[in-house]
Design a protein around this ligand. Structure first.
Ligand code: TXA
Ligand code: MG
Length: 343
């Protein structure tokens, strides 16, 4: 049975109980500022194997190791110079850095790769859990593989109740998109997964940063195994329409009309600014186009909302890919299985 504790970072007794579960080789779902994580002792091979089972995750997709201290020397072969600069500037926070791994990290965590992904979350509850456990915590997002990542405790309960030992937290995730993942194993820093910390943010402290070509085009094999899977997907098919706002509105209106004539129910995922311009069976706003932070924080929750309805199709507006909208569009494209129309 799964224990559910709705607590915040001040409930240290309960956090210690959760830490005990981690020490004993169990699974604990906990909040971070990005999305909820499904955690186990990162140094315990058997415990980490359970993570893959609980969420139905492919074995070849490595996990992120979460730490609460800057002293990570035991887990890496060495800290590359640029990785050091990134740690100093963005930790604690939503940045995952890939470095050469030490032999202390079991192969199951890194899916046999000779590098390890490490992140120090900003969320205080998460860091207390790691501290009290006395070990680093390996944690993927706390969703069933393929589903939208969990940004509230309800999402975690929906997906993982009965599959883990404990679920703790309660707050909604501030960022709402998974961490930015960068490869720092070579001289050049390469973004493998875009996130809240943007290319521009990174370039301010380490100079030119590269983007894995697989993020932009399906013709390349991603360096991050996780990026090759269809992800973040709601149950109904999703189509993303990107372009001039007026044209996007027209396109959505026309398609809603055509679908309805065929007796289909259509949901639209849009922004506040066009809520009055479109008629559909289910209309959901992500927030104001002027506030990408809110759109990011709402995205996964709103995608899940459609699963509670009977829509046959979801039409979503797309965004011009700069700043935080790059990460938002990356998740939307994945959620749609690359069903993107540019007009
Ligand atoms: O914000 C986050 O990063 C959340 C919270 C819980 O911290 N975690 C998360 O984990 O999103 P997950 O497992 O859903 O995504 C981890 C990503 C995957 O795309 C995986 O392939 C990649 O990081 N990754 C992990 N280790 C790697 C490695 N050694 N080399 C390349 N990619 C790696
Ligand atoms: Mg995930």
């Amino acid at each position: 049975d799964t224990k559910v504790y709705r607590i915040n970072e001040r409930d240290e007794e309960k956090i210690k109980e959760a830490a005990e579960v981690i020490k004993q080789g169990g699974l604990v779902v906990f909040p971070t500022e990005t999305v909820y994580g499904l955690g186990a002792n990162a140094l315990d091979e058997v415990a980490c194997k359970k993570i893959f089972q609980a969420k139905g995750r492919p074995q070849d997709n490595p996990l992120i190791v979460h730490v609460a201290s800057f002293d990570i020397s035991k887990y890496v072969k060495y800290i590359p110079d640029k990785a050091k600069i990134l740690m100093e500037n963005f930790w604690p926070g939503p940045l995952t850095i890939i470095m050469p791994k030490s032999s202390l990290i079991p192969d199951v965590v890194t899916a046999g790769l000779d590098s390890v992904a490490i992140r120090m979350p900003e969320n205080k509850l998460a860091r207390k859990l790691i501290e009290f456990s006395g070990v680093p915590i390996a944690a993927p997002s706390a969703n069933i593989s393929g589903r939208p990542s969990p940004t509230s405790i309800e999402h975690c309960i929906e997906d993982l109740y009965g599959r883990v030992d404990m679920i703790i937290g309660g707050e909604r995730c501030r960022v709402g998109l998974e961490s930015t993942v960068v490869d720092a194993t070579d001289e050049d820093i390469i973004i493998l997964r875009p996130g809240f910390i943007t290319k521009e943010d990174l370039e301010e402290v380490v100079g030119k940063v590269f983007v894995d070509p697989a993020i932009k085009s399906e013709d390349f094999k991603p360096k991050s195994p996780g990026m090759k899977y269809r992800h973040y997907a709601p149950k109904a098919p999703l189509k993303v329409i990107k372009g001039d706002t007026q044209k996007v509105v027209e396109y959505i209106k026309e398609n809603v009309y055509n679908m309805k004539r065929q007796g289909k129910t259509v949901g639209v995922l849009i922004v506040d600014e066009i809520m009055d311009k479109i008629d559909a069976d289910i209309k959901v706003s992500l927030g104001s186009i002027k506030d990408p932070g809110t759109i990011a924080a709402n995205l996964f929750d709103k995608l899940r909302e459609f699963d509670k309805t009977n829509v046959d199709l979801i039409l979503s507006i797309g965004f011009k890919e700069d700043g935080l909208f790059s990460a938002i569009m990356n998740r939307l494209k994945k959620a749609s299985g690359n069903n993107l129309i540019e007009i």
